[in-house]
Write a protein that binds this ligand. Structure first.
Ligand code: PXL
Length: 284
């Protein structure tokens, strides 16, 4: 029987928007691909994945990881974009320079990235919350030179800003200098996140060099923020997949992550995950 030929066919005739995450697996389910898919679902988007690495981890940290061969990563991207199509894409943990180079080339081939119809968010994941490395040393340069020129938006925290630009953000002037240095690497928009800063507010700065948007939100007092960066970038990607422009998508993403951090739960003996459960009508 061919698809759709049954007299008893059921199901919706329209599909939700699609979004692709190119990222690593977190066996603890708090970050990485697992956080991305959970967020896409909570935001009403069909998630597709290109897995880059498999981490061995729990709430206490990352014990090890194995990367997926670069040709298998790019084959996943081609398989889903060629058939199902992606309305937006994001990257998380990319593990090696070889994977980054291959992903950047493939995204160009399939028409994803800045100056195309398909927005592309780079979350420049370098380390876990525990400080465990998720990116090989030499891979940062590949993010700078090959991935960022293709990005619609890059979403570094303050540690990633320092790794990418060498600039330590301590005040408004150094934050402005870091934003300029990141924009010079080629992304259309930069979101410098203030989550790793201190103080009662969590202030992020979004800029494309012309438009500057300060996003101010509460800082929730919880140790359980595992997967926070992934969840924010995925929520922004989901909004982009639904057709929002970048400033709107970032505002929606920030509102989403604020609720997820407020609802974060303890799990295991270490750092628990941020929670998108607030979006579901459930007793969970
Ligand atoms: O939150 C960053 C991150 C991304 N991807 C994977 C991770 C982590 C943090 O631990 O494990 C696979």
């Amino acid at each position: 029987m061919t698809a759709g030929s049954s007299a008893n066919a059921v199901g919706a005739t329209h599909a939700p928007p699609t979004a692709l995450t190119i990222a690593g697996s977190d066996s603890g389910g708090g970050a990485g691909i697992q956080a991305d898919l959970r967020t896409f679902f909570a935001c009403g988007v069909h998630g597709m994945t290109a897995v880059t690495a498999v981490t061995v981890q729990n709430s206490l940290g990352v014990e090890d990881f194995a990367e997926i061969p670069a040709n298998v990563v790019t084959a996943q991207i081609r398989a889903v974009t060629g058939d199902m199509g992606a309305r937006a894409a994001k990257t998380g943990m990319l593990a090696t320079a070889e994977i980054i180079t291959a992903v950047a080339k493939t995204l160009g081939d399939v028409g994803i990235g800045r100056d195309t119809a398909v927005p592309f968010v780079v979350d420049p994941v370098a380390a876990s919350m525990h400080g465990d490395p998720l990116l090989r040393e030499e891979a940062l340069e590949a993010i700078r030179t090959e991935l960022l020129p293709r990005a619609t938006l890059v979403t570094p925290n303050l540690d990633e800003v320092r790794l990418l630009t060498g600039i330590e953000v301590t005040d408004a002037a150094s934050r402005g200098a870091a934003t300029d240095a990141l924009l010079a690497l080629g992304p259309q928009w930069v979101l410098v996140k203030g989550g790793h800063d201190t103080g009662p507010r969590c202030v992020d700065l979004l800029s494309d060099g012309t438009t500057h948007v300060e996003l101010d939100g509460p800082r929730h007092d919880t140790p359980h923020t595992h997967g926070g960066g992934d969840t924010l970038a995925s929520a922004v990607t989901a909004s982009l997949a639904k057709g929002a422009d970048v400033p709107t998508a970032v505002r929606e993403g920030k509102r989403f992550i604020e609720r997820c951090v407020a609802d974060a739960y303890p799990m295991g003996g270490g750092i628990g995950p941020v929670s998108p459960f607030w979006r579901l009508d459930t007793e969970a």
